[in-house]
Design a protein around this ligand. Structure first.
Ligand SMILES: NC(=O)c1ccc[n+]([C@@H]2O[C@H](COP(=O)([O-])OP(=O)(O)OC[C@H]3O[C@@H](n4cnc5c(N)ncnc54)[C@H](OP(=O)(O)O)[C@@H]3O)[C@@H](O)[C@H]2O)c1
Length: 558
C-alpha cells in the first residue's frame, strides 16, 4: 500500500465499539485502515485470466469485500456476507502488504494526485450510495446534512450542490458555517445560543415529549427560512442519537432520511409525523409481492384484556388478499385464540403470543418494547455492550426464533420476514428492525404516528440497509457502496462531476495522532490520508512516482 485512508471507522475498530473484532474473530492482531492507493505485486490465477488487473498496476483500493460466489451477488454484492476491510476484518490498509479481492481494485482517476487518489473511496463512496442509490436525489429539491463541514458530511454537501439541490448543513461553529457557505450551502450552527440545548434524544414521558417538540420550533423555523418556507425533502444523518431526532424533524411530508453512522450514540429515537395511510396503500408503496412473508402485530390498539383490534384485523385481511405468508404476534393468549378461530386458513403460518412466551421462557424472555436507553458507548463501553447483549439474548433471539420457526426455508434459514407491518400504538421498532430480513427487509406503518416516540438500535438499520416506511416519511439505512458504484463514481470524478478535495496528509507514524484528533473532533480537513512511502506530494502517475523514487535513491547515494 502506498497510502491508506484514515477514517472514523478505524476509531470504532480500535475501540471495539460496538463490537470488538479481536474478540469476535479471536485475533491477537488487528490492523485497521479501509482503502487507499496500492501497487499490485501479485495476482491470483482467476484475476490473471480475467485480464483487467496485472502485476505493476497502480490502483485505488475500495474496502468492500463480499462472498463473490453467492447467487445474491447478482442482486448486490453488498447483500452477500459484506464486510468493510479494516473495520469488520483485521487485515486493513494501514500496512505495507494487503490482500484484496479483484473488484476492490480500480483504475486511479487520472487527474487526481496520488495522495488524493488514496484518500476518498470510503467517504465519497458511502455518500455516493447514500445520495444516488438510497435517496435517489433529484435536482431542484432540498437536503439537510449533519456534520457538513467535515468528512462524509462535507462530501455529501459538495455532491448535493453539484446535483442542483438546496443544501442546508449542520455545523458547530460560525467558522465552519462560513466554510460551507463559501461552497454554496446554507448553514445552521448547532452551538448557537438559541439551539445549543435542543439536540437531544426524545424523552420518554409524554409531557416531556411535548416540551421537546416545542423546543424545536426555533430550529424548524430556521430550516424553513433557509428553504423557501418549507422543510426539506431529504436528510443525511451520521452524527448519532443526539442529532438524529432533530434531523428527522427537519423532513417535510413525504421526505426521506438516510443514515450510515451514529457517532454520538446508537439508541435512535424520533417523533412520529402527522399522516395516515391504509394497509393496502402502504403495501403498494413498497411494491409488495405475493408469497413474501410478513410479520404483523395484533392487539396494540386495544387494552391489555381486549380482543378485537380492528386495524390489526384489517392488516391481516389485506396481507391475506395480497397472498402474503403471515405470522401474527399477539400480546395475549386470548388474542392468539381469537385469531386462530377466524379461519384465515393457510395464509397464517404462525401465531405467536407474548404472554405464552413469557410463561415458557420466564426470566429468559423480556419484551423490550421500547428498547431501553443504552449507556454511553464511549464512556461506559463494557456496560453498553452488556445492554446490547441483553437485548439480543432476552428479546431478539427468543422472539426471532418463534417468528422464524414459521417462516424458515433453505434460502432463509433464520426465517426473517420480508416485511414487518408495525403498529403506531406501541414502540417495538427496535425488535422489528432487527427481525426483518437484512438488506431487503422493510418495516412499514399505516396508522397515525404524530407526536409519539419511536426508538431503534441504529446498526441494525444502517449496516444491514433496512428500511422504515411511514405514511409521511421514510428512514433508510445505507452503508458504504458496492464495487460497481465505485466505478461509476470514478467516472464522475474523471468527468469533473464529483470533486475530490486534496487530503490532509500525515506520515505513517502520525496515523494514531490523526485518529486521536478525529475522536476529539479537532481534525482539520475533510479527508485524511496516511502516506506510507510517497517520496513527494503532487505526483499523478506511476511513472512520476518511479522517477521520484529513483531520484530519491540516487540522491541518497551521493
Ligand atoms: N457506514 C459506512 O459505510 C460509513 C462510512 C464512512 C463513515 N461512517 C460513519 O459516519 C460517521 C461520520 O464519519 P465522518 O468521517 O464524516 O466523521 P467526521 O469527519 O468526524 O464528521 C463528523 C462530524 O459530525 C459532527 N458531529 C459530531 N458530533 C455531533 C453531534 N453530537 N451532533 C451533531 N453533529 C455532530 C461534527 O461536525 P460539527 O462539529 O461541525 O457539527 C463532526 O465533525 C462516523 O461515525 C463513521 O464511522 C460510516
Amino acid at each position: 500500500m502506498l497510502t491508506s485512508e484514515i477514517n472514523f471507522n478505524d476509531i470504532w475498530g480500535i475501540q471495539g465499539i460496538p463490537v470488538s473484532q479481536m474478540e469476535q474473530n479471536d485475533q491477537d492482531v488487528y490492523i485497521t485502515g479501509s482503502g487507499g492507493l496500492g501497487l499490485i505485486v501479485a495476482v491470483g490465477s482467476e484475476v490473471l485470466r480475467e485480464g483487467r488487473l496485472k502485476v505493476g498496476d497502480m490502483v485505488t483500493v475500495y474496502s468492500g469485500q463480499s462472498d463473490l460466489l453467492s447467487p445474491q451477488a447478482a442482486l448486490d454484492p453488498m447483500f452477500c456476507d459484506f464486510r468493510i476491510q479494516g473495520y469488520e476484518t483485521g487485515d486493513g490498509s494501514h500496512q505495507q502488504f494487503m490482500v484484496a479481492q479483484a473488484p476492490q481494485c480500480h483504475k486511479k482517476p487520472q487527474d487526481l494526485t496520488l495522495e488524493a487518489a488514496g484518500s476518498y473511496v470510503l467517504n465519497v463512496g458511502t455518500v455516493y450510495r447514500a445520495l444516488f442509490t438510497t435517496l435517489q436525489i433529484e435536482s431542484g429539491k432540498s437536503i439537510f446534512i449533519e456534520g457538513a463541514a467535515t468528512g462524509t458530511g462535507n462530501e455529501a454537501l459538495k455532491i448535493a450542490i453539484k446535483s442542483g439541490l438546496n443544501v442546508i448543513g449542520l455545523v458547530s461553529s460560525e467558522e465552519r458555517g462560513k466554510q460551507i457557505e463559501a461552497k454554496g450551502a446554507k448553514y445552521i450552527n448547532r452551538k448557537d445560543k438559541s439551539l445549543e440545548k435542543i439536540f437531544t434524544k426524545i424523552p420518554e414521558k409524554p409531557s416531556d415529549i411535548k416540551k421537546w417538540a416545542k423546543d424545536g420550533e426555533t430550529f424548524l423555523k430556521k430550516v424553513k427560512s433557509l428553504n423557501g418556507g418549507k422543510l426539506v425533502d431529504y436528510a443525511v444523518s451520521h452524527a448519532g442519537e443526539q442529532s438524529f431526532p432533530r434531523t428527522f424533524q427537519a423532513l417535510a411530508q413525504g421526505g426521506t432520511l438516510t443514515f450510515y453512522g451514529a457517532s454520538s450514540g446508537y439508541h435512535f429515537t424520533f417523533l412520529g409525523k402527522k399522516g395516515t395511510s391504509t394497509p393496502d396503500a402502504m403495501l403498494s408503496k413498497i411494491r409488495f409481492r405475493a408469497n413474501e412473508s410478513a410479520l404483523c402485530y395484533y392487539g396494540t390498539s386495544v387494552d391489555k384484556s381486549g380482543i378485537v383490534d380492528e386495524v390489526g384485523l384489517e392488516i391481516i385481511e389485506t396481507l391475506r388478499e395480497r397472498k402474503a405468508r403471515i405470522v401474527v404476534a399477539c400480546y395475549t393468549d386470548a388474542q392468539k385464540e381469537f385469531i386462530e378461530s377466524l379461519g384465515f386458513g393457510d395464509a397464517i403460518k404462525g401465531v405467536v403470543s407474548l404472554e405464552s412466551m413469557k410463561r415458557r421462557y420466564q426470566d429468559d424472555f423480556e419484551w423490550q418494547a421500547p428498547m431501553k436507553a443504552l449507556p454511553d458507548a464511549r464512556k461506559e463501553t463494557a456496560k453498553f455492550k452488556e445492554a446490547v447483549q441483553e437485548f439480543n439474548e432476552k428479546t431478539l433471539k427468543p422472539f426471532g426464533s418463534e417468528v422464524g420457526k414459521a417462516l424458515r426455508s433453505p434460502d432463509n434459514p433464520r426465517g426473517n420476514p420480508d416485511i414487518v407491518f408495525e403498529r403506531a400504538g406501541h414502540d417495538a421498532l427496535a425488535v422489528s428492525t432487527a427481525v426483518v430480513k437484512p438488506f431487503t427487509g422493510k418495516v412499514i406503518y399505516c396508522e397515525e404516528m404524530n407526536g409519539k416516540r419511536y426508538s431503534f438500535y441504529a446498526p441494525q438499520v444502517w449496516m444491514r440497509q433496512r428500511r422504515i416506511y411511514m405514511p409521511s416519511a421514510n428512514i433508510f439505512g445505507t452503508h458504504l457502496c458496492n464495487a460497481y458504484e465505485v466505478s461509476v463514481m470514478n467516472d464522475m470524478v474523471d468527468a469533473g462531476l464529483i470533486e475530490i478535495s486534496e487530503p490532509y496528509v500525515v506520515s505513517f507514524d502520525e496515523i494514531p495522532q490523526a485518529h486521536q484528533d478525529m475522536w476529539e473532533n479537532k481534525h482539520k480537513a475533510g479527508n485524511y490520508v496516511g502516506n506510507h512511502c510517497l517520496p513527494q506530494l503532487g505526483l499523478k502517475t506511476k511513472e512520476e512516482l518511479f522517477n521520484a523514487w529513483s531520484l530519491k535513491i540516487s540522491m541518497g547515494r551521493k
